[in-house]
Design a protein around this ligand. Structure first.
Ligand code: SF4
Length: 333
């Protein structure tokens, strides 16, 4: 068992396990229709020294899995160094990427491997190159993605297709997953569309104007595909069922969200939030203490990563989720 997996298990068993997303910059190459962060001015890049301190502060709070995001995290000149600091603290890491061409420049994939990065998670909304190029506004994105996935295969880093359910794919997930599989991705993750209240992390837009019924239909198809076992979809079945319950009637969602207690979001100003959804920060990461990280369970939205990770923090009800995670742990860890 590798040291990061041992660290996750130890922290989970002792009740210290937490997860965080950390946005290193609001700069981005893509111009997605369901996100307007790329429009923000001025462009902000986290200070290198403070970012290294932030990783350590989060590690001290028990964070054992971290997603580095942006904007585009790879546009930060010290991204690999910041990931390396996370690895030094035995934090399992994923870097989220919208422009896969960045993995091919400046020996980036090798540098991430040397930094101990575990997963590169690349946005993959469609198997159709024209649709991908249009939705992300990046020419040749599929050609670059193919090369980036091949490059990741030459390293120890796992590649994950990060599929957002949107207007153009909600009724053809099988096709999208199959395209991701054929491209060579090791894993697939599914993101549930949402409109955030956050002024810093603005999510929403014309690309995700799905009805609840369409989203439910899409999640049900994802559950059926997961059961077939053809694709390595990391979202747990109980979590997707929980989101379906939430969409039908929020009061029927059995598992509530632990944003602000067990899962967090840190933005490029080092403000710590319960999640990317809510507008109000808990406080600055360097000023908050353990007593501030006690937000009550929340059931206000269907945001994927926060709801999916929170499934592990629901007492005895988390047992089926833990069981599924243990069965598939070799895929993602
Ligand atoms: S349910 Fe939504 S709004 Fe509430 S903490 Fe979780 S992600 Fe944030």
């Amino acid at each position: 068992m590798n040291p990061k997996t041992r660290h996750i298990i130890r922290n989970y068993v002792t009740g210290k396990f937490r997860c965080s997303e950390f946005a290193l910059t609001n700069a981005c190459i893509a111009k997605c229709t369901f996100c307007s962060i790329w429009k923000q001015q001025p462009k902000v890049y986290v200070d290198r020294e403070k970012a290294l301190q932030a990783v350590n502060r989060l590690a001290d709070f028990g964070v054992s899995h971290m997603c580095f995001t942006g904007g585009e995290a790879l546009l930060h000149p010290n991204c690999a160094e910041i990931v390396a600091e996370a690895s030094r603290r035995k934090i399992h890491s994923a870097v989220l990427i919208a422009a896969p061409g960045l993995l091919l420049r400046k020996d980036m994939t090798r540098r991430l491997e040397d930094a101990g990065c575990d997963i590169v998670s690349i946005s993959f909304d469609s198997g159709d190159p024209a649709v991908m190029a249009e939705s992300r506004q990046i020419e040749n994105i599929m050609d670059e993605m193919r090369l980036a996935v091949e490059e990741a295969h030459r390293t120890r880093i796992k590649s994950m297709a990060s599929v957002l359910i949107w207007n153009g794919n909600y009724d053809k997930l099988d096709e999208v997953f199959e395209s991701a599989r054929q491209m060579g991705f090791d894993l697939i993750s599914l993101n549930y569309p949402t409109f955030s209240e956050s002024q810093v992390y603005e999510l929403g837009g014309e690309g995700i104007t799905l009805s609840r019924g369409q989203l439910i239909q899409s999640l049900e198809s994802a559950i059926a595909l997961k059961k077939e076992g053809k694709y390595k979809l990391i979202n747990s079945e109980p979590s997707m069922r929980n989101i379906i319950s939430y969409l039908k009637d929020p009061n029927t969602a059995k598992y509530h969200c632990r944003g602000g207690r067990r899962v967090f979001f840190v933005d490029w100003f080092f403000d710590l939030y319960p999640c990317m959804q809510l507008a109000k920060p808990i406080g600055n990461l360097f000023e908050v203490g353990e007593s501030d990280l006690r937000m009550p369970a929340c059931n206000a939205c269907n945001m994927s990563w926060y709801r999916d990770m929170s499934m592990f923090f629901n007492g005895p009800r988390s047992i089926p989720v833990l069981f599924e995670a243990m069965l598939h742990s070799s895929d993602a860890l």
